[in-house]
Design a protein around this ligand. Structure first.
Ligand code: SAH
Length: 489
């Protein structure tokens, strides 16, 4: 099994930078042991103008079978010979993908300590795989790689060159070229798509396959027109895993859409600080209302669930009564911006010990969320599909169970007062629903009832006599505190 990556260079960006990017010195041939055999990395050419790295995987077919991992092809289990005499050693496949991730793991993650600027840079890349099993043929190969920005050259390999009338084998010869992608992109694409094309994973697909798929594909997969086929084949058609992966990809998509909303709010806030006489933006009024409610509750350790780009976390940090502040969001991008906003890397130790950001989804119970005084869900619930709301309800009110929970959401009745909003439209393209005051009260009341909380409602923004305020907030307080806890509270 064989794969090459070639790049060309310019005087200021020599091709041999590939050595840094792959963390493998161009002057050396190296061997790595994997559980299926040996992986060799060598550079057939390493000049400033052109540099090629080759990954050669020598599969130990016997070891593969002994490990009980050789039954990929779905043949009869008693076809003993087929386990030893098969194409595994010769054809690039899921084994090559595993070797790629083992040998080039930092490169795949886009990490390069020696030259941190390199991984983010796109460069001319050419990838060749001389023999690739491709169920679906050249057509599918194109459908998989072209949407990712690759120029694809793919040819079916004839079954036997001497007998063209026998037709094509299920192998193709593949060449990919691009000038717009990074080495990390390329490795991630191959890591996911080689096994998809092979469509016969050599090892048993376990639940952490979904994590692997998310790590390698999270950033590009959900935009891909073939996302369903890729996910389903990658997970060996295990429907429950496919469903889980599709849900997680959906969250990533949602989170990205939300970023633009948060940016808009941010701009509004910045504009506000320049011209004092304008009315206070709703986002600021909302944050103030939340801070007030938290102070009243006496909370010191606070969760900001769906914290977005960290504006509330930043405001909480300014008040010393909040001793521990945790921002959680499903969007890595939002969290990255949040940590930049907070200057987490330059913060003094004391301040830094008060704040934590981590990625998590509110649709799943999470032990890290247990034991806090209060949780804030500011403009988050309307981003979940209604059928997912009970999962969030359980994760927050059933499992994490902070003493106080604050939930804000738009009041849809107020939409008629927004001049720029066409009738019948929601405020943001990504809102899955917007509720009337009555709908919100009904939901919040039922949640409180089910989980032993008392709930009160607060208007945020101008409370219009007819349609109510633009934002509605529910303040939940846990009811069933035993006496000791109640005293401590
Ligand atoms: N709380 C912030 C951001 C609101 S935008 C504010 O009030 O300004 C909604 C946020 O919820 C986004 O950052 C989005 O990434 C996050 N989000 C959406 N679904 C989520 C989920 N299931 N788990 C965690 N965060 C989620």
């Amino acid at each position: 099994m064989f794969l090459t990556i070639t790049t060309t260079g310019t005087p200021d960006r020599p091709a041999t930078d590939l050595g840094y990017l792959l963390h493998k010195h161009p002057g050396k041939a190296q061997v790595f042991s994997t559980s299926y055999g040996k992986a060799h990395v060598l550079y057939p050419e390493a000049e400033d103008q052109r540099c090629t790295a080759a990954l050669l995987l020598e599969v130990d077919a016997v070891a593969l079978v002994r490990r009980g991992k050789g039954k990929g092809r779905g043949g009869a289990p008693d076809a003993a010979l087929a386990q030893y005499v098969n194409d595994r050693p010769y054809a690039a496949s899921s084994l090559l993908a595993v070797a790629l991730s083992a040998v080039f793991s930092s490169a795949m993650r886009g990490v390069c300590t020696a030259r941190p600027e390199l991984p983010g840079q796109a460069r001319p890349l050419r990838i060749e795989v001389p023999v690739l099993p491709a169920r679906g043929g050249p057509d599918l190969v194109r459908r998989l790689f072209e949407p990712l920005g690759w120029e694809v050259r793919v040819e079916a390999v004839p079954l036997d060159v001497e007998f063209p009338e026998w037709g094509d084998s299920r192998y193709v010869r593949l060449e990919l070229e691009s000038t717009q992608l990074t080495v990390s992109d390329a490795l991630r694409h191959l890591y996911v798509l080689l096994p998809v094309l092979d469509d016969a994973k050599h090892y048993w697909v376990s639940a952490d396959e979904v994590d692997k798929l998310m790590r390698a594909g999270g950033a590009w997969l959900y935009h891909h027109p073939e996302v369903k086929l890729i996910t389903n084949r990658y997970l060996s058609r295990r429907w429950s895993l496919t469903r889980e992966a599709m849900e997680r990809l959906e969250l990533v998509r949602l989170a990205e859409a939300d970023d633009s909303e948060v940016e808009e709010i941010d701009n509004a806030v910045e504009a506000e600080t320049e011209t004092e006489e304008r009315p206070t933006p709703l986002a600021v009024q909302r944050r103030d209302a939340i801070l007030d409610a938290l102070r009243v509750s006496g909370a010191a350790r606070v969760l900001d669930l769906g914290c977005g780009q960290g504006q509330l976390v930043q405001a909480l940090l300014k008040d010393v009564r909040f001793t521990e502040i945790v921002g959680v969001d499903v969007s890595v991008r939002a969290l990255t911006i949040a940590s930049r906003r907070l200057k987490l890397d330059r913060m003094g130790e004391r301040q830094a010990s008060r704040v934590k950001l981590f990625q998590g989804s509110l649709a799943y119970t999470d032990n890290r969320l247990k034991g806090y005084d209060a949780a804030v869900l500011s403009e988050v619930i309307e981003h979940l599909d209604l059928p997912r709301l009970p999962a969030l309800e359980y994760a927050v009110f059933g499992a994490a169970r902070p003493r106080t929970v604050l939930v804000t959401t738009p009041n849809v009745e107020y939409n008629v007062r927004w001049e720029s909003l066409p009738a019948g439209h929601v405020r943001h393209g990504d809102h899955r629903f917007e509720w009337t005051r009555e709908e919100f009260r009904a939901w919040a009341g039922a949640v409180a009832e089910r989980h032993g909380y008392a709930v009160e409602f607060v208007a945020v923004g101008p409370d219009d006599p007819e349609v109510g305020p633009p934002t509605q907030m529910a303040v939940f307080e846990q009811r069933n505190l035993n006496e000791k806890e109640a005293k401590a509270a």
